[in-house]
Design a protein. Structure first.
Length: 136
């Protein structure tokens, strides 16, 4: 059975922490987008299979990583509005942050279905690199 840690490890395999790259934001966006998607997938999985205190950690990790990619991807004057719209306390009501992360991942060559088992790999153009995760 897949665990939340398995999903986070998949993100680290697909988009590891960039090695000292301080000139290009793309590797950082890729890393944090994968981390965020895996955290939200792990949250959804744990919520159904093993709810507990880790849900708060996973929600915080997903929110923080989403905020990082948003801040790195938009102009500084657009960042506050974008952050608000992708926040559950703000305008995000229907999974917009998951859709946004899927778009960012695909743009960076990662198939979102590799990290979020409720997606179908064929719905994206980026190639899959890992076997499909089975969830209950």
């Amino acid at each position: 059975m897949t665990t939340p840690s398995d999903l986070l490890n998949r993100a680290a395999d697909l988009a590891p922490v960039p090695d000292g790259d301080t000139d290009n934001t793309a590797p950082w966006v890729r890393h944090y987008a994968a981390t965020a998607m895996a955290a939200w997938a792990a949250f959804r999985l744990a919520e159904r299979t093993d709810p507990g205190p880790q849900l708060g950690f996973l929600a915080l990790l997903g929110t923080a990583a989403t905020a990082v990619i948003t801040a790195l991807s938009v102009t500084s004057e657009d960042a506050p509005r974008a952050l608000w719209e992708l926040n559950a306390d703000g305008g995000e009501m229907n999974g917009e942050s998951i859709e946004h992360l899927a778009d960012v991942l695909e743009h960076h060559g990662i198939n979102p279905a590799d990290l979020y088992p409720w997606f179908e790999a064929g719905d994206f153009t980026a190639p899959t690199r890992l076997p499909k995760v089975e969830v209950a």
